[in-house]
Design a binder for this molecule. Sequence first.
Ligand SMILES: Nc1nc2c(ncn2[C@@H]2O[C@H](COP(=O)(O)OP(=O)(O)OP(=O)(O)O)[C@@H](O)[C@H]2O)c(=O)[nH]1
Ligand SMILES: [Mg+2]
Length: 383
Amino acid sequence: MEPVVVVLLVVGLLLLLLGAALLAPRLRRRQAPPPEAPPPATPPQPPPQAPPAAGPTAEPTTAEPPVAPPVEQPEPTAGRLVRLRARLARSENALGRGLLGLLSRDRLDEDAWEEVEETLLGADVGVAATTDLVARLRERTRVLGTRSADELRAMLSEELVAVLAPELDRTLAAHRVDGAPGVLLMVGVNGSGKTTTCGKVARVLVADGHSVVLGAADTFRAAAADQLATWAGRVGAEVVRGAEGADPASVAFDAVRRGAEAGVETVVIDTAGRLQNKVGLMDELGKVKRVIEKRTRVTETLLVIDATTGQNALTQAKVFTEAVDVTGVVLTKLDGSAKGGIVIGVQRQLGIPVKLVGLGEGPDDLAPFDPKQFVAALLGGAP
Ligand SMILES: Nc1nc2c(ncn2[C@@H]2O[C@H](COP(=O)(O)OP(=O)(O)OP(=O)(O)O)[C@@H](O)[C@H]2O)c(=O)[nH]1
Ligand SMILES: [Mg+2]
């Protein structure tokens, strides 16, 4: 073969190879889209009906409110009772210091023990718990003999914590179970702090990264739903409400349905505290609970009790426990009350754990109840 022909053939071959090398990546790119680009068609796909019973990972954003005022970032819940302990100053003076002062007397005679008893009763500890506590303290001071201030504090702390039943489960059953949102029902007499507590609890849940729907089943006053809506707006939660005078049970049902559709973590239902009569109120609460339970389980029924109303509150509380199966107590307005002993009295008399305490009107003034931290605040020592 002519050398010229050979050269031409080689050059031609080289050109062909070069062309193929240049074209190949483009072709490849056209055939396969870049791996880092996710198929854009899928995420906005969810059809009008949100997937039912989605797992906890599939948190749809449908629970976001249509109108979004500036959303606040609530404070974390850990350590709240410690942060708010100064709010227990009046109880600390009346109960903690009072008891420490009495027990540090040189001679603990009958008069002294009577004073101990009066101090406990005066702080709403209640008769049964007071009798127990005094008996325990008498026994222990007798065994202890001479007592240093530290020993006394430690002993009193132990006994107060023990009477607060630290073994009780105080976790809030507010989370999704079996593919459905947790349902929290707030009950209590008027003015006890139900609506405020609904708002504060919603903030706690949002602070922990959960989504919440609030149900305004207090249809007795229109202002009640507005009050709840304000709380909801502050944390970007959705509120379900009915017209004034609407059937509270149907509002509660709608709220639960909405919560399930939106796949939220928790539905918090506010209820009325006042009706024409007590029987009417109790019937209504019973109905609210029954109607909700046609669709899903009420995971937690919280009875809200105003700590400043003392023994009277306890009598009313009993009526609620007969109407609905109360699973936890929220003691509000412990700030500024000298009667912190009511925590002991309430638990003892109702046999239901105090799960949360209200320590002020501020949005984050609600703390998970912890017996040890509470007693430390009462006695003015370290937790
Ligand atoms: N100091 C103090 N005030 C509180 C606390 N909790 C609630 N309050 C106040 O108590 C008042 C009544 O609270 P609400 O939440 O409206 O009570 P409610 O039980 O919903 O009342 P009704 O809807 O009328 O049955 C409000 O002024 C609250 O700010 C608390 O822990 N400490
Ligand atoms: Mg209310």
